[in-house]
Ligand binder design. Sequence first.
Ligand code: SF4
Length: 480
Amino acid sequence: MATASLVGMLAAMPPPSTTPPNQGKPRIADPLGAVVHGAPATARDAAGAPARPAPVVRDRDDACPGALRLHTADDGRLARLRLPGGILTNRQVDALAAAAERYGDGHLGITSRGNAELRGIGDTCGTGLAELLRHTALLPSERHERIRNIVASPLAGLDGRGHGTLHPWLRELDALLCAQDWTPALSGRFLFALDDGRGDVAGLGADVTLLAQAEGRAVVRVGASTVGVAAADAPRAALEAARAFLATAAAAGTGAWRVRELPPGHEVALARTLADAGIPAEPAPVPDAHATAPAPGTAAAPDGTYAVIVAPVLGRVTSTQLRALAGPGGEVRITPWRGFVLPGFDERAAREKLRRLHDAGFTTTPDAPWAGVGACTGRPGCAKALADVRRDALPGPGVLPVYWSGCERRCGHPHGDWVDVTATPDGHYTVAVRGAGERQVPLGDGELAIAVAAARGTAAPETARTQATGTGTGTGTTTR
Ligand code: SF4
């Protein structure tokens, strides 16, 4: 069945018989335990458009883990390492592999912000980890380590699209953030997105977004406000926008961590902020943005160089896999879609690297079984988990990405259109399509794999049924 007709069929189906216990309640869950009042991220208004969340009231500062502030999880302590733009040198890749072996559980997890996580860290290992990070320039400022949340277009400068490299913006914005006394007041979740103009990371819902434009211009977006500035002024404009957010949040008095949490009537006055900072700005239209992951494979640049694009199964690599990523470009880029971009190859070397990484267990083609499949930590690492989602997650091709969550918090879920598979307290999963055409997907007994495959827009139910029973890797049932 063609994808379009399958989607139509699913849209016409009746509502599901089971719903998550909190569905529709005005509450935003926080994976690290803050009490928060608001609306679910997927709420929609009466016209079906994404609804602005109800005002959020935070009752404390964020508890996001960092490289120095470790979070105690059920599988040991957890360190989250901010990597602006997801960029690592080969030496840093090797250092993180060593850190995973020496202090963690031998793996590196990739987050939906292109950051890295080490899990299973022993109680006495924090000091050694920090020292290792300092030696490899991964901890340039201890006061600022949790607020260096910057995503960047992973293929910037590598495939002839967009407006070239983002390295100058990345370096300048990171340096500006680390040079200010006030920036540690930002939440560990406050996010900057630097987009090379193609509109990929601009679709990730960042708090402050810079989009490169032609002829040395850039668009700055904060909430619903956009202005145009000179590209050379863009990093400073992002910094000033963040400063204005803190002032606006303080005036609102609701403890907002993110721009979208500001209550109505307390929007960041972007144009006035930049004018006060002496940054010339003019009105600019809202650019198109689609949170689209780079497809696994290779990408060719106009100069004849190639980049290799791969993804680890469920966003986690062993230390051995991590070391295998190092390449002739001297750089590894972690993407916000939990993948890796490796620049600096000629065509033949790129093909050879791709083959080796396939043999090492990476996803290297868009139609590979685990392409587009993600999962949160789940059991046993997360105390809030209702299921071992990483064990239950099913491979299979699909148009839409699918994300398996161990509870309704859905930590690290994708943006844009995606399939949401969430564990419920009664030992089942719910399946829903999020984004455009949002809807629940009904489940019958023994039909989880079929429902997920159909929701992803992959195949007719009969084909999906064959896939589900033929791979031997899924439960094929709604009951865990
Ligand atoms: S089970 Fe998953 S979604 Fe729920 S809190 Fe844990 S990591 Fe987040």
